[in-house]
Ligand binder design. Structure first.
Ligand code: SAH
Length: 239
């Protein structure tokens, strides 16, 4: 059983509640970690223990390949309206961050990944998040996609234009192809290929800039350290 331990200033995920939990704020006795309640460490620091939400677990998944940050996943989910009826194909899986987040909302996600070492990380993350609706395929997505009648396809690939025809074959009419690229030449080459195809419409390409603020009394200002550049997100629909 996994628990969250949270105070005004700090937060921990306890992965094993059969042992006392040690922190820089002192330690918490295992007997006290089972139920949702306020507890104090041996050094009298007050924390609350509760069952994790999906997002508490998600923020602790293993990362190897560069993951898509939450600010960008937010746009992908809102622009495509992914819901519990959505059938999704994702490539490449990388650490599985995007596919796991989407699987928590969608009906089913199939993710393609060429590297076996990354697949092992994705499997661990799926197990940790207790997701039952993700399939992983150790395949080169440029060579084709097997699934049919797909609502949304997400690409986070070095050369996404090479997978356009694979996507076209399996997307439903009106379905979305979302391509995520860290650089503008990748986004440009992808959209220029899309624009040559009469069966695809370029809806938009966006970059999300998130600025976080410190609010402490009247000391109210943007944090000096912000999230840096992540990627450009292109939305395309099949007609
Ligand atoms: N979106 C992922 C990160 C993907 S990183 C996340 O949020 O965690 C890009 C991944 O694409 C890498 O793991 C790489 O191995 C994989 N990849 C590159 N080319 C591929 C291809 N042709 N077919 C399938 N996977 C590919």
């Amino acid at each position: 059983m996994v628990k969250v331990l949270m105070s005004k200033n700090d937060k921990f995920l306890i992965k094993d509640i059969t042992k006392d939990f040690h922190t820089k704020h002192g330690f918490f006795k295992k007997e006290e970690l089972k139920k949702t309640r306020k507890i104090t460490s041996n050094t009298k620091k007050e924390f609350t223990v509760f069952n994790p939400y999906f997002i508490d677990l998600y923020k602790k998944i293993k990362r190897d390949a560069q993951i898509i940050p939450l600010k960008d996943i937010g746009l992908i989910v809102s622009e495509t309206g992914i819901d519990n009826k959505s059938e999704i194909v994702d490539a490449g899986a990388g650490s599985g961050a995007l596919c796991c987040f989407l699987a928590n909302i969608a009906k089913e996600v199939t993710t393609y990944e060429i590297r076996k070492d990354f697949i092992e990380i994705v499997k661990k993350n799926i197990k940790f998040l207790k997701l039952k609706n993700i399939k992983i395929k150790n395949r080169n997505v440029y060579e084709g996609i097997d699934e049919k009648n797909i609502d949304v396809i997400t690409f986070d690939l070095p050369e996404p234009w090479k997978a356009i025809s694979a996507a076209k074959n399996v997307l439903k009419t009106g379905g979305f192809l979302v391509s995520y690229s860290p650089t503008i030449p990748q986004a440009t080459d992808f959209i220029n290929e899309i624009n040559k195809d009469k069966d695809f419409v370029h809806v938009k390409t966006s970059e999300i800039i998130e600025r976080n603020w410190e609010i402490d009394g009247r000391k109210v200002r943007p944090l000096s350290q912000q999230i840096g550049h992540s990627g450009f997100i292109s939305f395309v629909r099949k007609i």
